[in-house]
Design a protein around this ligand. Structure first.
Ligand code: ATP
Ligand code: MG
Length: 188
C-alpha cells in the first residue's frame, strides 16, 4: 500500500491536487472534510455534532476523527494500491493514531506532500470559494479561525513528518498543472 498524505492550510488546494493524483495514479481518496460534509447533509448524529465545530472553524475532536478514519480506510483501503489522505491528520495525535492504525495492517505513509501557499492567497481563494460554492465555513470570520487552528495545531506536523523521513515541500502557487508537475516528480 503506497499511501500519501496531502497536506496544507485551508484553501491550499488539497482537494484539487488529490483529484489529479487519483486520475493519474488510480489511488483511493479519503477527504475527511468531504466525509463530514456528507454526514451533515444526511443529518446523522455525527453530522450534527461536526457542523457545530466546522461552522466555528474548530477541529472535530480527535477520538471521533480517528475512529471515523479507520472505518473509511477499511471500506476503501484495499481496493486500491493506496489512498490519499486529504485533510487528515490535522493534529500530532491524529498522525500518531494514523501511524498505529496503518502499522496494525502492515501499511504505512509513503509520502507526505505539503502544499505551501502564502496566507494572502489562501484567504483570497477561500473567500472566492465561499461565494461560488456557498460553503458555510468559507466566510472571513471562520477562515481566520481555521487559519489560527492550522498554525497552532496542524502546522507542527511538517516537522513531525520530517522526522518520519517522508515530508516533501511543494510550492502551491502557479497553475494547477505546474503544481501537479511538482507533485508528479515526488511520486514518480
Ligand atoms: P482544502 O481547502 O485545502 O481542501 P479545508 O481546510 O478548507 O481544506 P476540509 O479539509 O474540507 O477543508 O475541512 C473542513 C473542516 O472539517 C475543517 O475546518 C474541520 O472543522 C473539519 N475537519 C476535516 N478534517 C478534520 C480532521 N482530520 N480533524 C478534525 N476536524 C476535521
Ligand atoms: Mg478540501
Amino acid at each position: 500500500m503506497e499511501n500519501i498524505v496531502i497536506f496544507g492550510a485551508p484553501g491550499s488546494g488539497k482537494g484539487t491536487q488529490s483529484e489529479l493524483i487519483i486520475k493519474k495514479y488510480g489511488l483511493g481518496h479519503i477527504s475527511t472534510g468531504e466525509v463530514l460534509r456528507d454526514q451533515i447533509r444526511r443529518e446523522t448524529e455525527l453530522g450534527k455534532m461536526a457542523k457545530r465545530f466546522i461552522d466555528n472553524g474548530q477541529l472535530i475532536p480527535d477520538d471521533y476523527m480517528v475512529k471515523l478514519l479507520a472505518e473509511v480506510y477499511d471500506e476503501i483501503g484495499t481496493d486500491h494500491g493506496g489512498v490519499i489522505f486529504d485533510g487528515f491528520p490535522r493534529t500530532i495525535s491524529q498522525a500518531e493514531a494514523l501511524k498505529a492504525m496503518l502499522a496494525e495492517r502492515g501499511h504505512c505513509v509513503a509520502a507526505m506532500i505539503e502544499l505551501d501557499v502564502p496566507e494572502e492567497e489562501l484567504i483570497e481563494r477561500l473567500i472566492k470559494r465561499g461565494k461560488e460554492s456557498g460553503r458555510s465555513d468559507d466566510n472571513a470570520e471562520t477562515i481566520k479561525k481555521r487559519l489560527d487552528v492550522y498554525y497552532s495545531q496542524t502546522k507542527p506536523l511538517i516537522e513531525w513528518y520530517g522526522r518520519e523521513g517522508v515530508h516533501h515541500h511543494v510550492v502551491g502557487t502557479g497553475s494547477l498543472e505546474s503544481i501537479f508537475a511538482r507533485i508528479e516528480k515526488i511520486i514518480g
